[in-house]
Structures are given as structure tokens and as C-alpha cells.
Design a protein. Structure first.
Lengths: 103, 279
């Protein structure tokens, strides 16, 4: 089974305020508010850490959830965010870009 | 030079000078040049209070007046950038502006509405690079502090402007001009009027608070959570350019504003008592 890599899309703008992560698509100005799991995924999406490692290190440690369920949900979430052009998803590591501009 | 020609030119010079005026909004002087004296008179009336004698300008437009066409002035505006030049088009006007030189041109009929839209768009582009923005809101100064009143159409921007007591200076009932200054923000008066059809005063003050308006059975003020404040602010910021970096500028400007200026929900009964809560 191949591993999945995720990276922040370079065309979005992201800011966190009072613990709430908000992201705006540079493509169509859509505004997204991420929940806690999506925020963890977004912050960990460096293009080089496989998704299963992110789940092991950041999600299973913070939430009482079975690994297989967490991995399934994280992959579905990553693909959903990719469909909105917030994340990039690939079977290979994603080269570093000036991605997901955040301040 | 022939003295007769010199004499003729000196006679013409004052007349040529009158075919130009400077409209200063938000401290940004914009010179408008036109060969149409009637159009200049229209502008002089429309922007009275915002006309400056300034020689120094940041932006300069040559306006070519053409015969009115059958184009729809309510058609969507298009704002695109190519090779360092902005192109602005709508049914009733075409314009270009080059930020590096500050120069541009406008082609429109002799009406104040087309140039008004061009000015609004250009100011949003200027402000976006300065961490500021135009906001769909009323604004006013009381006791040396500026207050903004934002809300959807019908929320009460015009009503609260109309109810303002005599010690309040109205900046606008429609489009507020917000500029970053140090750690805070300044609100400037604008000539961009709404239903009140009254041009704002050309003055400015540090912004004290942004109120999100709602009309209700009693006067009440409550803090708005940061996330909701950002969403509400973004929903009311005017931006016409769809370029990704301009969208990002607007996004970050909204966050910076909310992190510095209190955002409150103001529910009010539409009578003058609401101003007892403000200032």
C-alpha cells in the first residue's frame, strides 16, 4: 500500500485567531474554518511527512480513536481539502514551495 | 518665440488649468484631466469638500468623454492586471491604470457615476497594498474617535447615520475608508454616499470600534467572537480584483484589523437613544 503525502496549497492564505484556523482560497475567495483535526492536518502538511505518520504522531495521541479509523478519516479529509484546493495530495513527497502563506 | 503666440498661450494657460482638478480621498490625491468643461463642473459639484489645490498627486487620470452608449451601467465590473497595468471595464466605462507611474486613462460619458466607480476600484487597489480597505459600512466621529457601522443592506447603516446627534461628524453612510496607521487604523470621510445621498465630511480619526448592526427590540451591545468578526468583516470589504495576491491581502488585512480593533454587535431600536451607547 502506497503512502500518502500532503502539502499546503501555495495559493491559499491562512491565519489562526483565538485557536480558530481560517483559510481563504486565493482561487475563488472561499473562506474555510477548520475544525481541530483539520487544523492538525493543515499544520502538519509539510509535503514530506507521510499521512500515516501524521495520524500516529498528532491525531492518535490527541484523540481516542482507533488508528485504522483515524487513518481512513484523515485520508478522506485530506482528499476533501484537496478538492477545495487547500491541500495538495500525492503518492510521492511534495517538493517544498512557498506554500500556504500564513502569518 | 513669436510674442503674439506667447501672448495667446498665456491667455490660454489659465483656461487649460481649469480643465483639471484634484480629488483627495483618504489622503490620496487623484488628478483628473479632461477637455470637457461641463464634466469638470459635474465633478466639482460631486466631490465638493474633497477637491484640493494640491500640485502633488499620487494618481492621475486623463478622462476622455464619449457619447453615452446603450451599455448597462449595472453590469459586472471586470478588474484585471496585465504587465503591470490594471484594466477596469464595465458597461459604462473603460479605464487603465499603471501603479508604477500612477498614470491612467478613463473613457466614459459625461456622468459622475462612472468616474466614481473607477475611483472606488483604484482606492481598493491602493489600500490593499497598504493593509487598508474600503468597507461597506457607515462611519462617524464622536469625541475625536471614529466608529464604524457595518451590516447587510437594511441592517441600519442609513438609519444610524440619520439618527446621529449634532456632535457627531458623519464620514459616510455607505463606504468607509480604512487606512492602517502605526498600530491602529484611521477612518477617513468619503464622498461615496448611500441612501442618505449626503457626502461625508472630509476629516479623519483613529478607529475606536466596529459595530455589526442589527435592529431589534432593545438597545444592546455584545462582543463578537474573533472568527465571526473576521467573517463579517471580509463579507463587507470591497475588493474587485480577483488576483490571488490581492485576495490574500484582503484576508490578512481583515485579521490584522480584528486583532487590533474591538468588534461588537450592536442591536438597536431605530431611535436616537442608540447613540447613548456610542462614543
Amino acid at each position: 500500500m502506497s503512502r500518502l503525502y500532503v502539502a499546503r496549497d501555495p495559493r491559499v492564505a491562512a491565519r489562526s485567531l483565538d485557536g480558530e484556523m481560517m483559510i481563504m482560497s486565493g482561487r475563488d475567495s472561499t473562506l474555510f474554518t477548520l475544525n481541530k483535526t483539520a487544523t492538525i492536518l493543515w499544520q502538519s502538511a509539510d509535503g514530506t511527512t507521510p499521512l500515516d505518520e501524521i495520524v500516529d504522531r498528532k491525531i492518535c495521541t490527541d484523540f481516542e480513536v482507533e488508528r485504522s479509523v483515524a487513518l481512513h478519516d484523515a485520508e478522506a479529509l485530506a482528499r476533501d481539502l484537496a478538492a477545495h484546493e487547500i491541500l495538495q495530495v500525492s503518492d510521492h513527497p511534495i517538493p517544498a514551495q512557498t506554500s500556504g502563506e500564513a502569518r | 518665440m513669436n510674442s503674439a503666440i506667447e501672448s495667446l498661450l498665456s491667455q490660454l494657460a489659465p483656461e487649460l488649468e481649469t480643465l483639471s482638478l484634484v480629488i483627495e480621498i483618504g489622503g490620496v490625491p487623484v488628478r483628473v484631466n479632461t477637455s470637457d468643461s461641463e464634466f469638470l463642473r459635474i465633478l466639482g459639484n460631486r466631490y465638493a469638500g474633497f477637491i484640493r489645490a494640491s500640485e502633488r498627486v499620487e494618481i492621475e487620470f486623463d478622462v476622455e468623454i464619449v457619447q453615452p452608449g446603450s451599455a448597462d451601467p449595472d453590469a459586472d465590473v471586470q478588474v484585471t492586471q496585465r504587465a503591470g497595468r490594471w484594466r477596469l471595464t464595465r458597461g459604462d466605462f473603460q479605464a487603465e491604470w499603471e501603479p508604477s507611474s500612477g498614470r491612467g486613462w478613463v473613457r466614459q460619458s459625461a456622468n459622475p457615476y462612472s468616474i466614481d466607480s473607477v475611483l472606488r476600484i483604484v482606492h481598493t487597489l491602493v489600500l490593499a497594498r497598504r493593509n487598508g480597505f474600503l468597507l461597506h459600512s457607515a462611519s462617524a466621529i464622536r469625541n475625536g474617535k471614529a466608529f464604524l457601522f457595518a451590516g447587510v443592506s437594511g441592517a441600519g447603516k442609513t438609519t444610524i447615520s440619520r439618527l446621529a446627534p449634532a456632535d457627531v461628524t458623519l464620514l459616510t453612510d455607505e463606504i468607509s475608508y480604512i487606512s492602517r496607521r502605526g498600530d491602529g487604523y484611521i477612518a477617513f470621510g468619503t464622498p461615496f454616499a448611500g441612501e442618505l445621498a449626503k457626502v461625508g465630511e472630509n476629516v479623519s480619526a483613529p478607529i475606536e470600534a466596529l459595530y455589526l448592526l442589527a435592529q431589534g427590540p432593545e438597545n444592546r451591545m455584545e462582543a463578537v467572537p474573533s472568527g465571526e468578526a473576521v467573517r463579517s468583516l471580509l463579507a463587507n470589504i470591497l475588493f474587485f480584483a480577483e488576483e490571488e495576491d490581492f485576495v490574500r491581502d484582503a484576508f490578512h488585512a481583515a485579521f490584522d484589523f480584528v486583532s487590533r480593533i474591538p468588534v461588537l454587535r450592536l442591536t438597536f431600536v431605530p431611535d436616537s437613544r442608540v447613540w447613548e451607547l456610542i462614543g
